[in-house]
Design a protein around this ligand. Structure first.
Ligand code: ADP
Length: 219
C-alpha cells in the first residue's frame, strides 16, 4: 500500500511516511516484550523509546534530562523526545538496519501522548495501534517490581514513582488513543500470557500483510 503524503527527512530528503504499528499500554503492560517479538520477524523493525533514552550517556545534557524526568515517573518533554527518536530512526536507516521501503516500523513507548501523536503524524503512517489493556493495576505493579530486579531499572524500584507513572499514563497517555480511527485501534487483554497476546498481534499483522500482497499481485 503506497502512502501518498511524503515528508522531509532531517537531511532534506523527501520520504514516504513510515508504515507503522504502535504498541501502546501502561508501564508493565508488556509493550517491550511484544515489540521485541514482532521485531524478530523479517520486515519488521522494532524501536523502543525507553531504550533509546536509556542508551544515552547520562553525562550529556539530554541524558541528565532523561534521568531527571524518569526518576520522578514523568514523561520527558515532547519536542526533545520526538527529535531524539527521529535522529535515532534516521541513523538506523542510514545503517540499513531499518529499510522503510520494505520494512514496517514497530514503535513502543512513542508516541505517548496526544502532542507527540500530532507531531509524529507527518512522519508515521499508523496501520494499527495495539492497546495492551490491563485494568488490574496490581498486576502491573507486580510486573514492574520484578522488572526492577531483573533489569536493574531504577524507575521501577520505587512504589511512589511507579504510582506516579501509572497516573501519568491515565492522564496523559491514554487519551492519545482517541487520536486514531477506532477501526485501527485493537484492544488486547494484556493480563494473558505473552504468547497469547503475541498470537493476537501476529494474527492481525498477518492479515494486513496478506491483504497488501493480494493488492500487489497482478490482475
Ligand atoms: P515504561 O513503559 O515502563 O514506562 P519505558 O522504558 O517505555 O518504560 O520508559 C521509561 C521512561 O522513559 C518513562 O517513564 C519516561 O520518563 C521516558 N520516556 C519513554 N518514552 C517516552 C516518550 N515517548 N515521551 C516522554 N518520555 C518518555
Amino acid at each position: 500500500m503506497v502512502d501518498s503524503v511524503p515528508f522531509e527527512s532531517l537531511h532534506g530528503v523527501i520520504m514516504q511516511r513510515y508504515r507503522t504499528y504502535l504498541i501502546f499500554g501502561a508501564p508493565g503492560s508488556g509493550k517491550g516484550t511484544q515489540g521485541k517479538s514482532l521485531g524478530t520477524i523479517p520486515r519488521f523493525f522494532h524501536c523502543a523509546c525507553g531504550e533509546v533514552f536509556r542508551s544515552i550517556d547520562t553525562r550529556t545534557a539530554l541524558g541528565r534530562k532523561f534521568v531527571e524526568y524518569s526518576s520522578r515517573g514523568e514523561l520527558v518533554p515532547d519536542e526533545v523526545t520526538v527529535e531524539l527518536w527521529r535522529v535515532r530512526i534516521e541513523h538506523c536507516e542510514e545503517a540499513h538496519a531499518f529499510k522503510p521501503d520494505i520494512d514496517h516500523l514497530v514503535l513502543d513507548g512513542i508516541p505517548r501522548n496526544l502532542a507527540q501523536a500530532k507531531i509524529m503524524d507527518d512522519i508515521i503512517n499508523v496501520q494499527r495501534v495495539f492497546h495492551l489493556s490491563c485494568p488490574d493495576r496490581s498486576k502491573l505493579i507486580e510486573r514492574l517490581r520484578k522488572r526492577a530486579i531483573k533489569e536493574n531499572r531504577l524507575d521501577d524500584a520505587n512504589e511512589t514513582v511507579i504510582r506516579h507513572r501509572l497516573e501519568a499514563y491515565e492522564k496523559e497517555s491514554k487519551p492519545m488513543l482517541d487520536f486514531y480511527r477506532p477501526e485501527i485501534v485493537c484492544h488486547i487483554d494484556a493480563s494473558q500470557p505473552p504468547v497469547v497476546v503475541f498470537s493476537k498481534i501476529v494474527a492481525l499483522v498477518a492479515q494486513d500483510a496478506a491483504a497488501e500482497s493480494a493488492v500487489e499481485l497482478p490482475g
